[in-house]
Design a binder for this molecule. Sequence first.
Ligand code: UDP
Ligand code: MG
Length: 153
Amino acid sequence: MPNTSERTFIAIKPDGVQRNLVGKIIQRFEERGYKLVALKLVQASKNHLEVHYQDLKEKPFFPGLIKYMQSGPIVAMVWEGLDAVRQGRAMLGATNPLDSNAGTIRGDYCIQTGRNICHGSDSVDSANREISHWFKQDELVDYEFANKVWLYE
Ligand code: UDP
Ligand code: MG
C-alpha cells in the first residue's frame, strides 16, 4: 500500500507574503490534490529561524538568510499525500530560481536565490523535524479528506 499520509513542511517566505502570492502558492498544492493539515501566519523569531536552518549555520549566506526570513510574516503549512516531500520540492523548483523550470513556483514567480519566496522540506526526516519545530501536535488537524477516493486508487 502506498503511503498517502506522507507530510511535508511548506512555507511561504516574507517576500512571497508581501508579493501577494499566498493564494497562488496554496492553490497549486490544493489543485495537485494534497491535503492541508496545518496552516498559520507567523512572525518567526531569530532563534526559531536559526534552529529551522541549523544545517546551514556555517554558510556565508546564513546571516542574510535569517534577516530575510525575519523581515516579515511567513505562512507555515503542512501538506499531506503520496510522495508529498519529493513532489513538494519539485513543485517549488530549484533553489536558484534562474535554474527553476517554468511551471514551478520559483520558476514562475521569482528571480533570485535570496528572494526565492518559498521553502519545502528536503527529506522525510527533515519534514518531521520541521513540522514539529513549527507546529504543536494539536495544530495538526486530523480530518477525512473528501477527495481521497478520487485521488488514489
Ligand atoms: N540561500 C541563499 N544563498 C545561497 C543558497 C541558499 O540565500 O547561496 C537561501 C535561499 O533562500 C534558500 C535557503 O537559503 O532557499 C535555504 O537553502 P537550501 O540550500 O536549503 O535551499 P532550499 O532547500 O530552500 O531549496
Ligand atoms: Mg533546504
